[in-house]
Design a protein around this ligand. Structure first.
Ligand code: C2E
Ligand code: MG
Ligand code: MG
Length: 766
């Protein structure tokens, strides 16, 4: 309702107020001047007042700001007003048809009182039906008990102070009047109780107080009819009815002007009323004492006793509900506490102990052994199959770990793909580790994929005086050693084991600085035609020009770079630099320049989906033709899963050549040769060493020879080019030529050279 609509309601208030004043004037005149005259005008005023009030109440029920419950409430009130108007209309009609004798108030027929009492009961119902807000069943029950206590206590007071004194010695008292008092008091009491105990209500609070006033006015008018006889009846009918109507109109207008949102219940408003039921019991018991001491009639005392017992019983019931609530609350809190404790000490994903619990147990354990377990190549699973599958794999490993541990120790997940077991004795630690390694021989089902999870395990036992941190660090060093020794194994910590690991960590740190300081350079080893010795390409091999150590070979830092991830920026730099150098040679040497340049690529680089774009950028920046670039990839990298395979195909589409490096040393899956867009196979040096006929023993190594032969035959069959690596003497070269190898690389042909040295050797300057 907008401002205009609201203002349109105000005249009804003035009208009702005017009717109250007119009724008061009329009654004064009637009693003082015209006693015994016609009463019709007085009753007509009441009828007008009730009929008028139905309009603002109806409008209040249509306010768009109201919620459905409040709307139902106001609609109910409108029906109440209409019922009362109908009852009062019948009374007026009765007066017209059968005017009462002068000085006597008209007797009201049941046709008048029944609709009015019905209206009052409806009023009561809509008040009781007002929603209680979000409450638990126990709270609802408590609310019902509190309301009953309040109404019962209120009723016994009304009965003692109002109704009971009226009955004796005043002749026959109208039952209607008593009923009216009882119902109206009940009504006022209910509205008040609802307001005080009900907390959040959807109806405007001041409006509710005005409605409470309507009930009180009705009760008072019932009282007046009894106390003041005929004059009282007339007064009640003529004044109380317009006054009650005025209160109703006031309530409706109040609702129209109420702020849009009903403010949420403030805890503060309800707290004083927590004592409400106890006050009621105390008051009724006080009344009991008063009645008993005053020597009232037995019947009277009995009634108050019953009321006192009933209110006490209600309060006891209420306390019982509070007690059961409290018990439930305590149970709930305890469960909550246990849950929090579990969350604080356990890993959410796997349910194993977490690092905090593990550390605290380790601190209090004496001479225990720690197994530190790291999943090998877990990152690859996460990167290629997604995190959901990665999580499933961690869960599957956790359950294998739990089974392998049994009751021998405490399994834990320390974070990421790192697990641990705290075992009280060393012998049992070995058992746990072996059981786990055996269990992981079988593939695990994770998110629909059968995956072979492999773990590297480091074991360390606390020595006297060792802190928890020492044991963990030792286990960590042993675990790194396990990884370095080829993964999927158990390694026990031994003193002196730390140095290589620490070396590697230190190297990683230094390498970062070296990259930034430009201490890395590329050497180039020619790849030549075995028959003519002509250089057809070069392989770029990184060198570290260390300020103290001199020229450092990749064997000493590539592993550290792989572990620290530095291999990615290193590889990016090598790629760019090699492309640039190849173009520079062409400009400098023309046709004498090596046509192809090979660059080694790590699996880490291939895992990055933007790698092909990086390669294109390097080609574009240098101006090198794509078919002059060869990327060397190891078999194990190519085997790392679908995402890498997609990258390789993308690189192939760019026109770049792909070579399988160190062929024959890795998993050598033949199916790989079909799936993988490879053009070149590089026979690993280990198959070249010893194939020459004139070895010291004079017997060629048959097994290596067989592999070298098989690789060449397979390459022929598949239309692939071969490069034999590590040719150190002419006999090896001769043997390889016999086997069909046309291209080779090795110290015999040339060692890796600096760019300047290579240029000099190509132009025959050396
Ligand atoms: P690789 O790719 O197999 O390179 C060939 C290695 O064999 C080179 O070692 C080379 O110097 C050596 N070699 C060549 N001919 C002979 C020979 O006749 N006898 C012997 N004994 N060795 C020979 P280098 O330069 O020490 O490189 C070692 C490995 O480091 C490379 O093996 C490659 O896997 C890796 N690497 C080198 N540079 C890079 C790079 O830029 N990126 C990546 N990811 N890896 C690189
Ligand atoms: Mg290579
Ligand atoms: Mg190689």
């Amino acid at each position: 309702m907008n401002e205009v609509g609201r203002r349109a309601l105000v005249p009804y208030l003035w009208l009702n107020l005017t009717l109250v004043i007119v009724a008061a004037l009329w009654l004064t005149l009637h009693l003082a001047v015209d006693a015994g005259g016609a009463v019709l005008p007085g009753y007509l005023i009441g009828l007008c007042a009730i009929a008028i009030t139905a309009v603002p109440i109806g409008r209040a029920g249509m306010l768009p700001s109201l919620n459905p419950a409040a709307r139902r409430f106001w609609h109910g009130l409108r029906v109440t007003a209409l019922l009362c108007a109908a009852g009062w209309g019948v009374a007026v009609a009765g007066i017209v048809m059968d005017p009462p004798p002068p000085g006597i108030a008209p007797r009201l027929s049941p046709l008048t009182t029944v609709p009015i009492v019905c209206g009052a009961l409806l009023f009561l119902t809509v008040v009781l039906l007002l929603p209680l807000g979000t409450r638990s069943p126990a709270e609802r029950l408590r609310y019902a008990l509190d309301s009953t206590t309040a109404v019962l206590a209120g009723s016994v007071f009304v009965w003692h102070f109002v109704i009971e004194p009226l009955v004796p010695g005043r002749g026959p008292v109208s039952e209607f009047a008593l009923l009216a008092i009882a119902v109206a008091s009940l009504l006022a009491g209910c509205v008040l109780t609802r307001l005080l105990l009900g907390g959040d209500i959807p109806v405007d609070r001041p409006a509710m107080y005005l409605l409470c006033g309507t009930g009180l006015l009705s009760a008072v008018s019932g009282f007046a009819t009894i106390v003041w006889g005929e004059q009282g009846k007339l007064g009640a009918a003529v004044i109380a009815v317009p006054a009650a109507a005025l209160a109703l109109t006031g309530a409706a207008i109040r609702q129209a002007y109420a702020p849009e949102a009903v403010p949420a219940d403030r805890a503060g408003t309800r707290i004083p009323f927590v004592v409400f039921p106890y006050v009621a019991v105390a008051a009724v018991n006080g009344l009991l004492l008063l009645v008993a001491n005053a020597g009232a009639a037995d019947r009277h005392v009995r009634t108050v006793v019953i009321a006192a017992v009933a209110t006490s019983a209600l309060v006891v019931l209420r306390q019982l509900t509070v007690l059961s609530d409290n018990t439930r609350l305590v149970t709930h809190l305890r469960a909550q506490e246990m849950r929090l404790q579990r969350e604080a000490t356990h890993d959410a994903l796997t349910g194993l102990a977490n690092r905090a619990l593990f550390n605290s147990r380790l601190h209090s354990a004496d001479g225990a052994t720690v197994l530190l377990i790291d999943l090998d190549d877990f990152k690859t699973v996460n990167d290629t199959l997604g995190h959901a599958v990665g999580d499933r794999l961690l869960k599957a490993v956790a359950s294998a770990l739990r089974q392998a541990t049994g009751d021998r120790g405490l399994p834990a997940r320390l974070g990421g793909d790192e697990f641990a077991v705290l075992v009280p004795s060393d012998g049992q630690a070995d058992q746990v580790a072996q059981r786990l390694l055996e269990a992981l021989h079988r593939p695990l089902l994770a998110g629909g994929h059968w995956l072979l999870a492999r773990v590297s395990i480091g074991a360390a036992t606390a020595r006297p005086g060792d802190q928890a941190e020492d044991v963990l660090r030792n286990a960590d060093i042993a675990m790194y050693a396990a990884k370095a020794r080829g993964k999927a194994r158990l390694v026990h910590y031994a003193s002196g084991m730390a140095e290589p690991v620490l070396d590697q960590m230190q190297t990683g740190g230094e390498l970062r600085r070296a990259l930034d300081a430009g201490e890395l350079t590329l050497y180039y080893q020619p790849i030549a035609d075995l028959a003519s010795g002509r250089t057809i390409g070069v392989e770029a091999l990184v060198r570290w020009q260390h300020p103290v150590r001199g020229l450092v070979c990749p064997a000493e830092f590539i592993a550290a770079a792989e572990r620290t991830g530095l291999i990615v920026p290193l590889g990016r730099w090598a790629l760019g630099e090699a492309c640039r150098q190849a173009v520079a040679w062409t400009e400098e040497l023309g046709d004498a320049a090596p046509y192809k340049v090979s660059v080694n690529v790590s699996a880490h680089q291939l895992q990055d989906p933007s790698f092909p774009a990086e390669v294109s950028a390097a080609l574009a920046a240098s101006g090198l033709a794509a078919d002059r670039l060869v990327l060397e990839i190891t078999e194990s990298a190519a085997l790392r899963g679908g995402a890498i395979m997609a990258t390789l195909h993308e690189l192939h589409t760019l026109g770049i050549h792909l070579a399988l490096d160190d062929f024959g040393t890795g998993e050598s899956s033949l199916s790989l040769l079909f799936a993988f867009p490879v053009g070149i196979l590089k026979l690993d040096r280990s198959f070249v060493t010893g194939i020459e006929i004139d070895t010291a023993a004079g017997v060629p190594d048959e097994a290596r020879l067989a592999v070298a032969r098989a690789v060449q035959q397979m390459a022929d069959a598949l239309g692939l080019v071969t490069v034999a690596e590590g040719i150190e003497n002419p006999s090896q070269a001769a043997r390889l030529r016999e086997l069909g190898y046309t291209t080779g690389q090795g110290y015999l042909l040339s060692r890796p050279l600096s760019p300047a040295d290579l240029a000099a050797s190509l132009t025959g300057a050396v």
